[in-house]
Design a protein. Structure first.
Lengths: 212, 135
């Protein structure tokens, strides 16, 4: 009765502390080439009808933070969640411009890309403090026990940021969700193919559980 | 030839986070592989990546890092308590951190019980050093 009184009062004042937070900054984090931008595009295509980022098979395609404001998704129960989607550059401990040379770039392009990529990694780490929730996008065909993954997880845990792990590329034969689940047993893991949209409904449903 | 440099925890325990990281990066920039007793704090690990990125140049291409740490889920209550008290009194000396220059170390693979360090032997990346960790 008391709660209802205050609810009515606050609704008249257009302020409701009992309402759940429904606008958050949702970051996509992970190592390079895990599929963060492909997932960002999938989310934006599904709910906004337009893509967000460019994707490439060459690592460090995303070299600056990209934000899509006001992305609203709905779950099966009709609940709505609105967030700013933040696509971040992949976090790495090494960047060699010669890797880009081998992908067919000229020396200047390769050096510029390497320089931008290093700045991108720094920005990704700095932006951790701004996130309300994070989806860690891991390539399910790769070994998840990398120190980059462990450092990302440890820093999210230290900041009490809710985490959902998207085990991406499950359309590929080599993929294994179980290995990722075993590596990070304390987190929700959803296997998806961001490229083909496989299991994406489960991903959205789990996102509602994790983002609070 | 690959050179390893052991860094005991006592060498870094009184240093500030920034000085710890600078010390480790300076050793790695001399093309040595650091074997450090214990581990950095989580925030320091992120700072280490940030500072590594700031230092990247055509000569210094970054680092490979791996931390081996006892799996607390496999420890009994007594072991956990000992670990907590030891950490409070002596700092986080448990486990071991390996940091190598990316120009020397191709990759470090870590399974729960062992570390495999692949070096860029004569540039072909076939060298392998194996370390088994007892927990």
């Amino acid at each position: 009765m008391v709660k209802n009184f205050f609810k009515n009062l606050f609704s008249k004042l257009k302020f409701n502390p009992f309402a759940k937070k429904n606008h958050v900054k949702l970051g996509l984090y992970g190592p390079p080439n895990g599929g963060k931008s492909t997932l960002a595009n999938r989310i934006c295509l599904d709910w906004l009808g337009e893509e967000m980022s460019s994707v490439s098979h060459i690592a460090h395609e995303t070299r600056e933070i990209k934000i899509k404001e006001q992305v609203s998704i709905k779950n099966k129960k009709g609940r709505e969640l609105t967030f700013s989607l933040v696509d971040t550059p992949g976090i790495a401990t090494k960047i060699d411009y010669e890797d880009f040379l081998r992908k067919g770039m000229n020396k200047k392009e390769a050096k510029d890309r390497a320089k931008e990529a290093t700045k991108g990694v720094i920005d990704s780490i700095k932006w951790l403090d701004n996130m309300d929730s994070v989806v860690v996008v891991l390539d399910a065909t790769r070994d998840p026990y990398s120190q980059v993954n462990i450092t990302i997880m440890g820093n999210l845990q230290a900041r009490n940021i809710p985490v959902l792990i998207a085990a991406n590329k499950v359309d590929l034969k080599k993929s294994s969700i179980d290995v990722i689940k075993a590596a990070f047993p304390q987190y929700e893991v959803v296997g998806i193919s961001a490229k083909y949209g496989k299991n994406i409904e489960d991903f959205y449903e789990t996102l509602f559980k994790v983002v609070k | 030839m690959v050179t390893f440099q052991f860094v005991p925890y006592s060498d870094i325990e009184t240093l500030s986070s920034a000085k710890r990281i600078t010390k480790l990066i300076n050793i790695v920039k001399e093309n040595k592989i650091v074997i450090m007793e214990g581990r950095l704090r989580r925030e320091e690990e992120a700072d280490l990546i940030e500072i590594t990125m700031e230092e990247i140049s055509p000569k210094f291409k970054g680092i490979e890092i791996s931390v081996v740490y006892p799996d607390r889920n496999k420890q009994n209550l007594s072991q956990k308590m000992k670990g907590v008290f030891a950490s409070v009194l002596l700092g986080d000396r448990q486990g071991m951190t390996i940091i190598g220059p990316a120009s020397v170390v191709k990759k470090i693979e870590q399974n729960p019980d062992k570390i495999e360090l692949f070096t860029k032997e004569n540039g072909n990346g076939n060298g392998k050093t194996r370390t088994r960790n007892r927990k």
